[in-house]
Every structure is written in C-alpha cells, then in structure tokens.
Design a protein around this ligand. Sequence first.
Ligand code: NAD
Ligand code: TYD
Length: 339
Amino acid sequence: MSSYKRLFVTGGCGFIGSNFIRYALANRSDVHVLNFDKLTYAGNAENLADIESDERYSFVRGDIADRKAVSDALSDDFDAVINFAAETHVDRSILDAGEFITTNVLGTQVLLEVARQTSVSRYVQISTDEVYGSLGSTGYFTEKTPLAPNSPYSASKAAADLIVRSYHHTFGLGVVITRCSNNFGPYQFPEKLIPLFVTNALADEKLPLYGDGLNVRDWIYVDDHSSAILAALERGTVGEVYNIGGGNERSNVEITRAILAALGKDGSLIHFVKDRPGHDRRYAIDSQKARRDLGWKPLHSFGDALEATVRWYVDNPTWWQRVKSGEYRDYYQKQYGSR
Ligand code: NAD
Ligand code: TYD
C-alpha cells in the first residue's frame, strides 16, 4: 500500500519510465498512473503494450515544456509527480544541446510551477550521477559531492536539480531528488552502450568502443532503480537528495566482453574509435544514505541481470529492429564515420 496512489509520471514511454510504471503497477495494487510523454525518438508506446489495457493506467501525449498542455493534464487529482522526461543521450547533447535545455531545464521548471499550484504533495526528480562530473581511480560520489557536470546533458540535469531545490526552499514544494548510476535492462534505446552493443553483435556489426575502452560506469539493473524511486517517493524526506547505485563498477571493455561471451561471439567485432569529447572517466556511487534512510538495497546480481537483459534483446528482435531507425544510423555515421 502506498500513501501516494495517483501518480503523474512524465517520460513513461522511455526506458526507465516504462519499466518503472510496470514495476509500480505490479508492486502497488492501489496505485494509478497517468503517463505524460511527448513521444520523442526515444519514447515508444510499445514499451507499455502489455499494460495498456490496465484500468489503472492512462496516457496523454504532451510536452513538459508546454505550460498549457501540462496544466490541462496535471490537476488536483494527483498525489505525486515523478519526472523521468528528458533528453538523455550524452552524444546527442554534444551534437546539439538545444533540446536538452528546453526539455531538461525549462520543462522541469514548467512541471514544478504547475505542480505547486495543485494539491500534489510530492515531486520526485529523476536525476543522474553524471551531475557530479568525473572521478579519478578512487573515491565515490556522495550527496555532498559538489556538482561539476561536464557534458551539455549532465549540465542540463544539474541545472534542473537546482531549480527543483529552489522550488522546495522558496515555495515549500515537497521535492525529492534521486541521482542514479547507469541503468540497463529491457526496452533501453539502442543508442546507449549495452543495447547498442548487444543489437550490433546480433547483426554481426562492429561495436564502437570510445577511446581506450577503460572508462568506468557503476551499473544498476533497471528494476533496482524502480524500487529505489518508489522508496524515495514513499519514505524520502522532502528537500533531500538520494544517490542510487548498483555497486557494479565495470570498464566499457569488460561490459563489451561480457556481452560477447553471453552471445557466444568473439572479440573481432570490437572496434576502437575516437574518444567522446569531454568523456567522463569514472562514475561510482556511494548509496549508503538511500540504504540507511530509505531501507532500500539493490536485489539483482550484475551477472544474472546482464544475461537476462541480453536474452531479452535476443528474444525481442522486432522491438529493437524497429527502433534502430535510419536516423540513428545517420547520426553514428556523422559522429564516428562508417563502421
Ligand atoms: P529515455 O531517453 O529512454 O526516455 C526519455 C523519455 O522522455 C521518452 O519517452 C521521451 O519521449 C520522453 N520525453 C522527452 N522529452 C520530453 C518532453 N519534452 N516532454 C515529455 N516527454 C518527453 O530516457 P531514460 O534512460 O529512460 O531516462 C529517464 C530519466 O532517468 C531521465 O531523466 C534521465 O536523465 C534519468 N537517468 C537515466 C539513467 C540511465 O542510465 N538511462 C541513469 C540515471 C538517470
Ligand atoms: P552511455 O550508454 O552513452 O551512457 P553515459 O555516457 O551516460 O554513461 O555510455 C556508457 C559508456 O560507454 C560511456 O563511457 C561511453 C561508452 N560508449 C562507447 O564506448 N561506445 C558507444 O557506442 C556508446 C554509446 C558508449
């Protein structure tokens, strides 16, 4: 049972949002969700085809930066807003940052502004560990680590976090911010490392590893992120930030080799390409605060969850073949040349 029963979820047709909605409906029998999503290239209504007919679920197509559309959809009927909607791919933000500022910064402010004029009592901002910048080979991001974003994507997310904070301090809105590490799982758009490499390998296409392949990310299975978001919604203290991490630090080359092993392929598909500009070297999360204050912990082992994820892409070729569009190919061509 949850004291937040009527959820206004934005960006629910994307990777984490769709997994979260499925998780929340399955784990809280009294929860109703309205999914407000613009359906950008990353949003896919198919991601929720299995729950479309659930009477506790409804969908409105709209843009979080459109004040009227948000006002029309977000009324006193809701207990909480959970904001997943964002432009999310670092490489795209390097090519063109404009949409990142419009959606991630202005869109967040529009949502906050409308939310504060309703009876919504919780606003959860889904942020990222990338707002802290890059670590050397030691140390962890805590909630006290200064914000030092390095890409237009992470800068837009950091800006949004500060606006969320201001709406708590100035207007008393009941905000909570979560900052999670890199997620993986089903329905992730194949522009991100794991689904890109799995689907490329399945098609015997090259796997473009940036730089020396030794950049490190702290991976978490998406359902463990979803359980943390529910915990932050239900048990978080307003005005607080919670770091969420899986505690699974892996270099990109380790991830690549694990994917190839799961698919029974050899290393000949690995293709080292020029590095991403401003590429953050290492992310690692200290999630002790969430574990202690929210009573949360991740439940999935990295190896098993990665294998299950690889299997999901193997079993769902129609899904990823459809989303691997011409636009995606043109974009990689422009950035990294032909493969
Ligand atoms: P995604 O790119 O898969 O999905 C984003 C969704 O937002 C899409 O459905 C898209 O249509 C929607 N959207 C985009 N602009 C919109 C707008 N203006 N109005 C309404 N909807 C809009 O993203 P994701 O990977 O699921 O990430 C979700 C959230 O989690 C983001 O806020 C991201 O910053 C954060 N996050 C992601 C990760 C990760 O590893 N993917 C890690 C930590 C935090
Ligand atoms: P990504 O999935 O884009 O997430 P983020 O940059 O937000 O952490 O990338 C994860 C890591 O994988 C990052 O170090 C960049 C690297 N990477 C590659 O080496 N090749 C690729 O084609 C992609 C998409 C990412």
